[in-house]
Write a protein of this length. Sequence first.
Length: 241
Amino acid sequence: MKLCSVMTIVLITISDEHVLLKQKVTLLEATVAGQRDEISKLGHILDDKNSFVAAQSGELQQLKDMLETLTTSLELSGKQNEELRVEVQNKNAIIASCTTSATTSAKKKRVLKRPNLKIDDSGNPSTPLKSQSDVIPAAATNEEPKIHTCSKCNKQFLERKYLNRHIKSHDPSIACSTCGKRLAHNAALKQHQRSHDPSGEFQLKLLTFSNTALASEQENSTREADELAAKQSISKSPDPD
């Protein structure tokens, strides 16, 4: 009888332990399932981060390509501007030489036509002239073309208005409302603001603006030289007498 009681107690104990083990197994299975879900979520997050990094790398490469293109364009622009500056200086030297020759030739013609005129040491008539037309205006004959030089970078201009516009580039006063970058002109501000447009058209617009600015600079330099040549051509006109 005692043996049966002991066996009953043992069976009850084993049964309780079995129930506890089942509960532990169930709990472990739930824990493992939860960890699997967490691992799956972490996998998705990792995939998203990898995709984001890949996208950022692509955008970074595009920015590098844009910077390289812009640098090349600016270097080309600088070389062409230097060539234009040298060309303008050469034209100025030729115009000055022609002006001096034309002035000397005109004075000699007047001396030959009017024996009573003499040329003093300064190269001007020493006796009064009868009519105003006999006088060559000083501004058209003796005045050298005035060159306006930038005090900050020594770049030269034939007219003050172009110098004044250039000086603004050394002290930009217009600020971008998006990033605060300061620029010298409204046109430059509008072009800069396009860089904040995520449409991807900035590179094409930037190259277009750079080429337009270069063409404008070339046109201004050529116009300055032509205007100066037109002014100096007055001194080459033959004496009306």
